[in-house]
Design a protein around this ligand. Structure first.
Ligand code: BGC
Length: 735
């Protein structure tokens, strides 16, 4: 990727050809940087170091021009400084594809015709692939499309921890484990930023529920912050060199996250040395002085009421801040630091340089990446007696049932929606794959608008008349389901789907249940009866094709859960301890480090499906665990063999968990510290090596204000899920 970026930047011919070929790239004339006339200033000299260019440009800016960089001038932009050739800076959502253009001053669609984008699978799907290469490819698609849509900063990825399964945005989240989120987040960001676009990792650091998110105060202790909620952000900064960070709406220890002195000034910019900008979430700024001094660099947002450009001059970091700097109430150095932080990503993205990567939009390659992510993300939860894959030659008819078989899920719902060129639904995918060979019928079975028992009856009849029934159940992006702003009210399927599935099963025991949703769902008593269940997520533009290929055996499922599925909501830590949704405005993180599987393990609670779980159409055998010290900079590598012992090609995610014997501070029973996805032909065996560095053994010691890896024994467990450990041995860490 880096090579491609280099070649494009240094080869005008290649670039010209690409530009010619891409009728889709859509730079608008007013957005192009116009360099000042006269002698070439230092900041336009590409041979100069970036920091020198930044300081040179800063030195030429007036107070007003500087202020213009630190607040929005429309829903998704900051103002241009034409005199100096600083273009308007365009920002956009989001994690699953570049959002349609809205505004400029309202949330209404702007009516452009060139703002389609590839709708990628949801981040909960990407997480479930456990494939770091796919995370990079996913980010690359987002980066390329951002450039082609003329965006400078893309508001993604989300690396917040899925703390409660009822969080309305859980489908936008990678999962419940900090290590997994960090690994996938880093690669996503690198993919984006290799395209001359800044990624904006969010929401620093919290937003674990939608209920009360605008004001809720998170109360967690230092170890929990450092070990659970911060690591994915720390990796984004230190490893992926992310250029922008969005502060969460929530408060931590009484101060809003977006300008929380401790989080932003001390940890992010101080300890981690983050040189880029901190942006508020939309409408997440509440005071000028706190924001200015607490480390917020760019105020973005939503003003209720007036919907025109003048609203933006009323922002806290607009006129108010300008007056404060003018009267020395706040020093100029505070403003200068913010502007430098805005300019650095612009130089990094080559905004002022003759060659900036043009990107590409809606290409067949992007759709292929979307499909591959979808195929690798689907998690086979149950498959008794090899009910799946379906064999077309043994069937004559299939009844497809459920609103989600035909529902379009790409558009709408805040920042996670995408204006897609098309959407292959589950029914489309099934019809296109087997429609010519099987009689495929469709029946809604339920409706989100009415309680019509005829729908159930018709579905039951269709199921009875078919060889196989496929119920495409799940949630949608309606309020109190998978939707920003509201959490779910429970974990059950809505619209009477549990009863529908039960009745369909009674009519046809060959009933396959497909779940289109974010994780997790509390599954009804039908779970014990139906032979097969597949978690399909919101799977993007090509999702229906991916699903059909899995159901009919062209693709072997290899997704694994990134969130524990509890048997009942009350088994999950935030609910077992009654901390959700908070008390008098404060959310107590009483479970401490025991988030997700850490809790279920520590409390010996049987989950419905454990973290890391997912079946395959083939079987894998693990053997020969050994520890190889000091390999390639690591403390030790765990080396072992995996063989495909079945009859189909497939992929296994090998997961490595660590448990410390007798730590000086208590630690969870096991923690994910490594994983690898291995692709194997039938009968094939590969040796896998998972390196572990010092940090893999360490915990955060508040008394020492740092990470400590104690000498002693560590149990290393390796397997196909957090509850399916196939190999284990003790490793002794020397001091
Ligand atoms: C969300 C952000 C999003 C922003 C802009 C907010 O409501 O929390 O994730 O980027 O809106 O759409």
């Amino acid at each position: 990727m880096k090579f491609v970026a280099y070649t494009l930047r240094h080869s005008p011919v290649v670039l010209g050809l690409i530009l010619l070929g891409l009728g889709t790239a859509c730079l608008r004339a007013e957005d192009k940087p116009v360099p000042p006339v006269g002698q070439t200033p230092l900041y336009l000299d590409t041979n100069q170091p970036v920091e020198k260019r930044v300081n040179d440009l800063l030195g030429r800016m007036t107070l007003e021009e500087k202020i213009a960089q630190v607040h929005a001038d429309s829903k998704f932009s900051t103002a241009a400084v034409p005199r100096l050739g600083i273009p308007r800076r365009w920002i956009d959502d989001g994690p699953h594809g570049v959002r349609e253009d809205v505004g400029p001053y309202s949330w209404n669609a702007s009516g452009h015709t060139d703002d389609y984008a590839t709708w990628m699978p949801a981040l909960s799907a990407l997480g479930s692939t456990w494939n770091v290469d796919l995370a990079m490819a996913f980010g690359d698609v987002i980066g390329q499309e951002s450039r082609a849509r003329n965006k400078d900063i893309i508001l993604a990825p989300i690396v917040d921890i899925a703390r409660t399964p009822i969080c309305g945005r859980i489908y936008e989240y990678l999962g419940e484990d900090p290590y997994l989120n960090a690994r996938l987040g880093v690669n996503y960001i690198e993919g984006v930023q290799s395209n001359d676009v800044a990624a904006c990792v969010k929401h620093f650091a919290g937003n674990n529920q939608e209920e009360g998110r605008g004001t809720i105060n998170m109360d967690m202790d230092e170890r929990v912050l450092r070990e659970i909620y911060l690591p994915p952000f720390e990796a984004a900064v230190k490893e992926a060199h992310v250029w922008a960070v969005m502060g969460a709406y929530t408060k931590l220890r009484g101060e809003y996250c977006a300008y929380n002195d401790y989080l932003i000034n001390k940890i992010l910019k101080g300890e981690w040395g983050f040189p880029g900008l901190v942006m508020s979430d939309w409408g997440g700024t509440h005071s000028m002085r706190e924001a200015a001094l607490g480390g917020l660099d760019v105020e973005m947002g939503t003003l209720v009421g007036s919907e025109d450009q003048s609203a933006y001059t009323n922002f806290f970091l607009a006129t108010q801040f300008l007056d404060a700097v003018r009267t020395n109430a706040i020093p100029m150095s505070v403003l200068d630091d913010k502007v430098r932080r805005s300019l650095r990503p612009m130089f990094a993205a080559h905004i002022f340089d003759p060659m900036r990567l043009p990107g590409a939009l809606n290409t067949p390659e992007h759709r292929a990446t979307a499909q591959r992510v979808a195929e690798e993300s689907m998690v086979l939860l149950k498959n008794d007696h090899q009910a799946l894959p379906l064999n077309v030659s043994n069937l004559t008819s299939v009844a497809v049932i459920g609103e989600n078989a035909v529902r379009h899920n790409a558009a709408g719902f805040f920042g996670a929606g995408v204006k897609t060129m098309y959407e292959v639904t589950p029914l489309d995918g099934i019809e296109q794959l087997v429609g010519g060979r099987l009689n495929v019928t469709y029946s809604a079975g339920y409706s989100r608008f009415s309680n019509d028992s005829n729908l159930v009856e018709r579905a039951v009849t269709a199921a009875r008349q078919a060889d196989v029934a496929i119920v495409v159940a799940g949630l949608n992006h309606s309020r109190h389901q998978d939707d920003e702003g509201w959490d779910r009210t429970d974990l059950r399927l809505p619209y009477g789907q549990d009863e529908l599935i039960q009745k369909v099963f009674e009519a046809n025991p060959r009933t396959i249940v497909v779940l289109v949703s974010g994780p997790a769902i509390e599954l009804g008593s039908w779970l014990a009866q139906v032979p097969a269940v597949l978690q399909a997520h919101y799977s993007g533009i090509e999702g229906g094709h991916a699903l059909a290929r899995i159901l009919f055996g062209e693709v072997n499922p290899s997704g694994k859960l990134t969130v524990t599925y509890p048997k009942q909501l009350q088994d999950s830590p935030a609910h077992a301890l009654g901390t959700y949704p908070g008390t008098n405005g404060t959310l107590f993180y009483k479970e401490g480090l025991l988030v997700g599987y850490r809790w279920f393990d520590a409390k010996n609670i049987e989950p419905e499906f454990p973290f890391g779980f997912g079946l395959s159409y083939t079987t894998f055998e693990y053997s020969n665990l050994k520890f190889v010290p000091h390999q390639g900079g690591s403390v030790v590598s765990a080396e072992f063999d995996i063989a495909n012992t079945g009859l189909r090609a497939g992929a296994e995610v090998a997961e490595l968990y660590i448990h410390q014997d007798n730590p000086s501070l208590s630690r969870p029973p096991k923690e994910l510290k490594g994983f690898k996805k291995i692709f194997l032909q039938p009968g094939e065996k590969k040796t896998v090596s998972i390196p572990l560095d010092q940090r893999a053994f360490a915990f955060y010691d508040p008394a020492k204000a740092g990470w400590v890896a104690e000498a002693g024994d560590y149990k290393i467990e390796i397997g196909g899920s957090s509850r399916d450990i196939r190999l284990a041995d003790t490793f002794h860490l020397q001091q």
